[in-house]
Design a protein around this ligand. Sequence first.
Ligand code: SF4
Ligand code: SF4
Length: 470
Amino acid sequence: MSEIKHSNVIETDAFRDRIATVDESGKRKWIYAYQPKGRFYNIRSVLSVFYFLIFFGLPFVQINERPLFLFNIPEAKFILFGKIFWPQDFFIFGLTMVTFVFFIILFTAAFGRLFCGWACPQTNFMEMMFRRVEYWILGDAPAQKQLKSAPWTGKKMIKITVKHLLFFLLSFTIANFFLAYIIGINELEKIITEPVTQHVVGFASILVFSAVFYGVYAFFREQACTVVCPYGRLQSVLLDKNSMIVAYDYKRGEPRGNFKKQASSSLGDCIDCHLCVKVCPTGIDIRNGVQMECVGCTACIDACDHVMDSIGKPKGLIRYASENSIAKGEPLRYTVRMKLYTGLCFLLLALLSVILMTRKDIDATVIRTAGMLYQERGKDSLSNLYNIKLINKTTKDIAVKVVLKDQQGTILMAGKPVIEIKKEGQASGTFFIILPKSAVKQRKTMLKLALYTNGEELVTSKTNFLGPAL
Ligand code: SF4
Ligand code: SF4
């Protein structure tokens, strides 16, 4: 057992021997977190309403008959901000993911686990939905503990059953919407309204997702953050001493001691009431310093502010701060590094937005037919044969005309003069490019083709024209 030293406090770091939710024998310790009360909890409560509105509302938002977001992994079809991504766009999708990872790294280095506490679905659903239902049915943490050790009476059975029924209903609802993000709300509607026999896989998926969500929120709970979440595991490498975290001001708080002793001696402001520990959903004591299990939920800030208020001391013994700002006794500042990282994050987002916005709705690949040379056309013209492959990423059927750009010559389509492409479909065509010999001045002449629909230029493509060796 080693020791950690703050400036004027020496504590053993035995708490690091195992996570807070496991006892000495390796058994799970159930966390009975007290319901926080305070300004951060109030703000989080309001924000969570918007959060849930967005989560449950987004699948209904459609742009051009297409969902705003779709992550159809089984069919490799992804829609971001209403733009569809095909396997051919994989590099854009990859770039989006890389940008996202960079964003996370920069954001975490500057603002710590702000995402976990405020934006993570696990934290929001667990703390702002399921735990609230639990408080509502079973009461606050002491009542829950009491109920746990009480004999199995009818009242206890009803309470536990109602809780688990509601937990399952909520999980079932979340599972439906979760599936809507994968297959789209229209497909989900079919699963709900049509006979089960027609949608066995879809129905089974809903049940599996429901069981997983129920298992996570009813039993697994904080373990998802402290044991499973890869982002949580990465904190130790992403955070540094200047990152903003929820931190205990040990300079001000130590040496800790109960309120009565404090009055008669020169103790710090911490009255060792353990309220910050009691409200912690991951069961840790923030006074031990930065810990991987802290999800930045701010419950301990609210709890301690309340204590400070009641003993007439300034709030903020636990607050958003960096390790360095606590060590130097300075308030948290928006440092140059934070500004730089924020700027970079915005830059990455802007870059990504530009890439997404400027992506073409039609993809065209023009290839000169393999193995064919040029053909003589009468006395004064040459022709090459080409194949064109088109992808229509819009939700409308399109008829496309191929036109030579900035070049003398004509295009002769094999078959219809326009190529019809079904919405979100693919099509191909064959055509000749015929150039006057006077325009062919080298073995390979670079050409630009434009694709038009209803007089509007959709996209341009490049190819080359093979002529005789000069
Ligand atoms: S230490 Fe505080 S901020 Fe961190 S998880 Fe516990 S209550 Fe939330
Ligand atoms: S709530 Fe504040 S005063 Fe109470 S133990 Fe925690 S840090 Fe100390």
